[in-house]
Design a protein around this ligand. Structure first.
Ligand code: SAH
Ligand code: SF4
Ligand code: F3S
Length: 480
């Protein structure tokens, strides 16, 4: 072979990932860097996605790049020429699932030595993961992180043509890449990144290290993206950011915040706008008031509280108190009475006492959450809480989790019950999992509804009268 391939070997560093400088975020225009080479003609790929919506959105971009290279998606893992695992590092069990899957994929590699097996997403941003791959998982060909998806074409070229293993993970603060091609999962609902990264550094959390500095996208790029989605027939967008309420905080020459963005998006002819995730510390009254105008701004807010104890919140570095959280929730209910609130809670944070856990239970009951993701604390290497003393037996944490979940599940049911006998608007996603005469979709309050209807309604917004509320879903009948 005449061409010399660049050697890619850059390992991550949590220490570098911790740094934040005040320099302007570079914006890379993908279309300027990409010449489509038909490189993947006749070849197939398969991606397995773990973790949050940020990863789901990234998978759509990775698919976009692969299909721009002329790869097509494989029906099965078994016959794919490329398998990529887009991974999540937020808790240990998320990581264990990926290592388990890598073990299982070894056989495919044996059957097909030309198979390219890659690991990307948040796990490669951790030193310990890349070290483990280097030491023990020799059959992985390609490792890249969250900051360099746009370099996938050159990585693949190198792996395929030079047979070199590629490992390149950047731990700098990150850029913004615009104009990446994209194969979206859904034809009616779309993810729209409004920002990347996180600067909060909650003491338990790995995300600020895996995703880099908080960077907000230019408002025109966001609005243009949503306008093209509208043209393509999309009915719902979900704005994505680790802390959407701090959108615009990093703009140097512009005073344009999340409330401004919502006000502008409220005017666009799209049926539904959602956003996730909100941070209680930055959720201002102006945003609450704009949401109260309704229209396409959906009455559903996911507002992670993590704990109901001020001492625990302080050690988590959440930068709000139980009282200020309650004040925010009171305002949300006051201005948006029909809203549905959900939350995230961590049980068994190092040093959490029985009394502090009880404060969380009390807060959950007060806030009338209609759902919650609850997690047992998981120690993450490189985060401050890694070194916090933690003497509570895991069994006790599990008991607390059960106790909390019982209360949380009651909240799901109470939240669903209030729609019995009411008419709601459902954006139909598809057939229900268990019965293909039944359609499934979500209401404005983000409640799952099953109702009998024709397949032609998939992708439409339909009026449904709710006949029965269950804990996990509503049953209804189409009206009109
Ligand atoms: N940026 C979002 C989501 C972050 S990850 C937010 O701030 O809410 C989603 C959830 O995972 C968090 O809300 C938190 O409840 C949970 N989580 C994060 N790190 C964790 C850890 N080390 N152990 C257990 N749960 C964790
Ligand atoms: Fe993690 Fe906190 Fe950032 Fe959410 S806000 S991603 S919990 S550091
Ligand atoms: Fe997981 Fe990364 Fe999201 S760690 S939760 S996939 S930002």
């Amino acid at each position: 072979m005449s061409k010399d391939y660049e050697k890619y070997f850059v390992k991550p560093s949590i220490r570098d990932a911790r740094k934040r400088k005040s320099q302007e975020t570079p914006v890379i225009d993908f279309s300027q860097h990409f010449n489509i080479k038909g490189f993947g003609k006749g070849k197939t790929y398969k991606i397995e996605t773990y973790g949050c919506q940020a990863n789901e959105a990234d998978t759509e971009k990775i698919k976009g790049i692969l299909e721009a290279l002329d790869f097509t998606e494989s029906e099965t893992l078994e016959y794919a020429d490329i398998i990529l695992l887009n991974t999540c590092a937020v808790r240990e069990n998320a990581e264990n699932r990926v290592f388990g899957e890598l073990g299982r994929l070894k056989q495919y590699k044996k059957n097909n030595p030309d198979l390219i097996l890659g690991v990307c997403g948040c796990m490669p941003q951790e030193e310990k993961v890349v070290d483990r791959i280097l030491k023990k998982i020799h059959y992985v060909d390609l490792v890249f992180g969250t900051h360099n998806i746009y370099k996938l074409p050159e990585y693949l070229e190198t792996v395929v043509l030079s047979k070199e293993r590629v490992i390149e993970v950047f731990s700098e603060e990150g850029s913004i890449v615009e104009n990446m091609p994209r194969i979206r999962e859904n034809t009616r609902k779309a993810w729209v990144n409004i920002m990347f990264g996180c600067d909060e550094f909650c003491t338990y959390c790995i995300v600020p290290y895996t995703r880099g500095k908080e960077r907000s996208r230019n408002k025109n790029d966001i609005i243009n993206e949503i306008n093209s989605l509208i043209e393509e027939g999309y009915k719902e967008v979900t704005l994505l950011g680790q802390n959407v309420n701090s959108y615009g905080r990093d703009f140097k020459n512009e005073d344009y915040k999340f409330a401004n963005l919502l006000r502008d998006l409220n005017k666009l002819p799209i049926e539904r706008i959602r956003f996730t995730t909100s941070h209680p510390k930055d959720f201002d009254l102006e945003t609450v008031k704009i949401l109260s105008q309704g229209g396409n701004l959906m009455p559903y807010i996911h507002l992670p509280v993590q704990s109901g104890s001020n001492e625990v919140l302080k050690r988590m570095n959440r930068k709000y108190t139980k009282e200020s959280y309650i004040e925010l929730v009171d305002n949300i209910y006051k201005y948006i009475p029909k809203v549905s609130l959900t939350t995230d809670i961590i049980v068994g944070f190092p040093g959490e006492t029985a009394e502090q856990f009880q404060e969380t239970i009390d807060l959950v009951e007060y806030c009338k959450f209609e759902g919650a993701f609850t997690f047992i604390y998981s120690k993450r290497a490189g985060t401050p809480a890694e070194h916090y003393e933690d003497n509570t037996p895991f069994e006790d944490k599990k008991q607390n989790l059960y106790k909390l979940n019982e209360i949380v599940n009651k909240g799901y049911l109470v939240g669903n019950k209030r729609f019995e006998g009411k008419t709601v608007k459902v954006l139909v996603d598809g057939l229900s999992k268990n019965n293909d005469e039944v359609l499934a979709g979500y209401t404005e309050n983000n409640k799952l509804v099953n109702f009998k209807g024709d397949k032609s309604l998939i992708g439409e917004i339909v009026k449904v009268e709710i006949t029965e509320a269950k804990t996990w879903f509503l049953k209804g009948k189409q009206i009109g």
